[in-house]
Design a protein around this ligand. Structure first.
Ligand code: UDP
Length: 330
């Protein structure tokens, strides 16, 4: 019997999930990744299969989960996570944040495992408080295009807290603000891969609205460090993890033009409905409780991310999304 701590990472083949798999392997854990590969991609974790402390299950967590053996930790990171996903796979987005987490909380009870769920700055909706502290309850439109994601994540927080208070389950909640880095999906419509993809394909950069809306971008290694510290802490209430360095989307497009050296120009497109006008994490709690703050500057993080996208085979720039669509979406 191995004495290693065993951790289940749902969404393990996704952007954040794959980085978490790597981190926990480095920390000496036995890592079990689970993913239905709708938006996840085995190429994100192919380097891990040679590691005997790594296992992968292709499984949809909205269905009953059977997992043999001990389990000490669960990270629930399975979820579509881009505005295009919410439009194309809305029901799956709702199910993974509701039925999926219900199955995982049941599994956690059975195994007596600690659960950390990936929540999001989207619980604050189009915020009327700026920057957003954890105490802010948000301004969410439940029936708008983002409602399927925002409400699933809000439900996920609620059911997780209920399992904590009612069953005494050991739980953690991270509210993740915009995070970027290698292995983001190139064609998922998120602003960073959208701009870099456009630059690499020789297309104009599409800024939505007048580009005055703001976001605050956190490099993936910083995000993973924050999540790791939160999991190992004893703090059960939600904690924001993100980089407070705020920028307008127009400035961001200009930075990408400089970074990539593209000769294309910026073109303006309509602002999608309910697109938050501002977003910036208040990370006072993360600093005080976890001793955490981001270390990687945007220029450094963007350079690494651009080098990654540039190194991909050219055909990836034109790949279609949702290769497993027919298998899971009914
Ligand atoms: N955006 C844009 N052009 C694009 C894609 C996105 O201007 O091609 C804007 C989008 O309207 C939003 C911001 O960039 O204001 C961030 O969008 P993203 O989809 O990355 O995530 P969000 O933070 O809105 O969930």
């Amino acid at each position: 019997m191995s004495l290693k701590q065993r951790i289940l990472i749902t969404g393990g083949a996704g952007f954040l999930g794959s980085h978490l798999c790597e981190r926990f392997l480095k920390e000496g854990f036995h890592v079990i990744a689970m993913d239905n590969l709708i938006t996840g991609d085995l190429r994100n974790i192919e380097q891990l299969f040679k590691n005997t402390s790594f296992e992968f299950y292709e499984h949809d967590v909205t269905k009953y989960i059977y997992l043999p053996g001990d389990l000490h930790y669960i990270l629930h990171f399975a979820s579509p996570a881009s505005p295009i996903d919410y439009l194309k796979i809305p029901i799956q987005t709702l199910k993974v944040g509701s039925l999926g987490i219900h199955n995982l909380l049941g599994l956690a009870r059975k195994k007596n495992a600690r659960v950390l769920i990936a929540s999001t700055s989207e619980v604050y909706g189009d915020p009327l408080v700026h920057p957003q502290p954890e105490e802010y309850y948000g301004n969410v439109n439940p029936v708008g295009p983002r409602g399927v994601y925002d409400e699933a994540k809000r439900f996920q927080e609620a059911i997780t807290m209920a399992y904590h208070t009612f069953h005494g389950l050991d739980t953690r909640i991270v509210r993740i603000f915009n995070t970027y880095g290698p292995r983001m999906r190139l064609n998922d419509g998120r602003v960073l891969p959208a701009f870099i993809g456009q630059a690499l394909r020789g297309e104009d950069l599409t800024v939505f609205g007048d580009g005055s809306q703001t976001r605050s971008f956190c490099y993936v290694d910083d995000q993973v460090e924050g999540i790791f510290r939160l999991l190992m802490s004893d703090y059960v209430h939600p904690v924001n993890i993100g980089n407070p360095d705020e920028i307008t989307i127009l400035q961001f497009a200009e930075e990408i033009i400089k970074l990539t050296g593209t000769e294309q120009k910026i073109v303006f497109r309509p602002l999608p409905k309910d697109d938050p006008k501002v977003r910036q994490p208040d990370i006072t709690k993360a600093k005080a409780i976890l001793g955490w703050e981001p270390k990687v500057s945007r220029s450094e993080g963007l350079r690494i991310t651009y080098d990654y996208f540039k190194s991909l085979p050219r055909e990836v720039l034109y790949e279609r999304e949702y290769k497993n669509f027919d298998k899971y979406i009914r």
